[in-house]
Design a protein around this ligand. Structure first.
Ligand code: RNT
Ligand code: ZN
Length: 417
């Protein structure tokens, strides 16, 4: 049976529930996913004096072929983008600046250092997002940046934050689509602190300084990302969830939820509805923690499906800015991007193909029997046929055909590095 025939059979089954499959696919086409560039080079970046990865995050594995130049990284991203249906965005970090061999410290970065990324994004019709890099730097060695007791160190990082917003504003203006600039700092303590308030007060004041600059919201949106713990900050993280949730709400910033940054049974899917009642936009770093914030490639697991459902059910496809954040160096990195991003899109499609209104009605009526029965029934619906058809329509490989392309690229490109 052909892809079309399978699709038509599947479509009929969904239509019995009043689901408009074509409308679902149209909606899906318009959802951009912000794909993190750092999966391609294990968060190395291209600074002239490259520093070891720090900040309590870690990339494990030594699969061959990681990108070692901006050109390689862009070409790898291009390859991945041909395997992923839809129009998406690329998420950059400040360490991906291109300074023509000149040592430019983070507080001195300028828009011109991202011109090549911008030109590339333009030529591929991609949006860009941005992150100041508050780790992998001598001034982050103490595990403290914006909350550091030393004013000079804080000021350095404040300047970096300001520079990043200016760069992001320029990028957004150039590309005609606002850049999401996300601040995450690793600040915290390994052991039980004797003062939790002072570092948090300093972080708050540093953020206030960074955000004091007027930056045009048409070109730049600001987000703040919290965390529970990291390697070396097991007992206390300055920028906790409550800290940033409060900061974001009070200062009109986006709260960015990383699905690896909570207690093991605490889920981001359950937070979205609450945040959406109090802010216009919410940002996500979709990741997969395995026992800790390990940033495994996202799989189509229950939580990813639940995230997709919460976005779709709450009619929040244009309110939740979906970004990815995983990095696995033990597998082919282009496959990692492809598998993870396709899974994110699949979770949205899965959600778009649910009888969400009907399910809401069951709940309102107290009819929990039908609610459970239908939720379970749809798990074995022919979702894969719709997905295959979508891939075909979007001119990307169907099923696992993408893997052959990755294997070929590995032979002709990655293994030669
Ligand atoms: C770290 C945060 C942060 C980073 C990236 C590289 O725990 O999740 O978002 O992963 O900025
Ligand atoms: Zn993150």
């Amino acid at each position: 049976m052909s892809i079309e025939q399978n699709y038509l059979i599947a479509k009929k089954q969904y239509e019995k529930w009043g689901i408009d499959v074509e409308a679902a696919l149209e909606k899906l086409k318009r959802v951009p996913i912000s794909i993190h560039c750092w999966q391609g080079d294990d968060i190395g970046g291209f600074e002239v004096e490259q520093q070891a990865l720090s900040g309590g995050i870690d990339v494990t594995g030594n699969y061959p072929g990681k990108a070692t130049t901006p050109e390689q990284l862009r070409s790898d991203l291009e390859k991945a983008l041909t395997l992923i249906p839809g129009k998406h965005r690329i998420n950059l970090h400040a360490i991906y600046a291109e300074t023509e061999g000149e040592k430019v410290d983070r507080d001195q970065l300028e828009p011109k250092h991202f011109q090549k990324w911008i030109d590339w994004a333009k030529s591929h019709d991609l949006g860009l997002d941005f992150n100041p890099t508050f780790f992998s730097h001598p001034k982050a060695e103490d595990g403290l940046t914006l909350s550091h007791p030393d004013k000079d160190i804080r000021d350095f990082w404040i300047r970096h934050g300001k520079a990043s917003r200016r760069i992001a504003e320029y990028i957004g203006k150039e590309l005609g689509s606002p850049t999401l600039t996300n601040i995450w700092v690793p600040d915290g303590y390994k052991d039980i602190p004797s003062d939790r308030l002072t570092p948090r007060r300093r972080l708050k004041e540093s953020l206030d300084e960074i955000y004091a600059d007027e930056i045009d919201e048409r070109y730049n949106l600001d987000a703040v990302e919290s965390k529970l713990f990291g390697i070396g900050s097991e007992s206390y993280v300055v920028g906790s969830h409550e800290f940033y949730l409060s900061y974001a709400l009070k200062n009109n910033k986006l709260c960015l939820l990383d699905s690896g940054h909570y207690h093991p049974t605490e889920v981001v899917s359950n937070k979205l509805s609450s945040l959406l009642l109090f802010s216009d936009k919410v940002a996500l770093h979709v990741s997969r923690p395995v026992r800790w914030d390990s940033d495994h490639v996202i799989t189509l697991d229950d939580e990813l499906k639940e995230i997709g459902l919460e976005i779709v059910r709450n009619d929040a496809l244009d309110k939740v800015m979906i970004g990815l954040d995983f990095f696995d160096a033990s597998i082919n990195r282009i496959a990692a991007w492809t598998i993870g991003t396709r899974n994110m899109i699949k979770s949205l499609l899965y959600a778009l193909l649910m009888p969400n209104e009907q399910l809401k009605t069951y709940q309102e009526q107290g009819n929990f029997t039908d609610r459970l029965a239908v939720l379970e029934e749809f798990k074995t619906y022919p979702f894969g046929y719709i997905w295959d058809y979508y891939c075909q329509e979007m001119n990307v490989p169907v099923g696992m055909d993408w893997l052959d392309e990755v294997r070929e690229y590995e032979q002709v490109e990655l293994l030669k590095r």
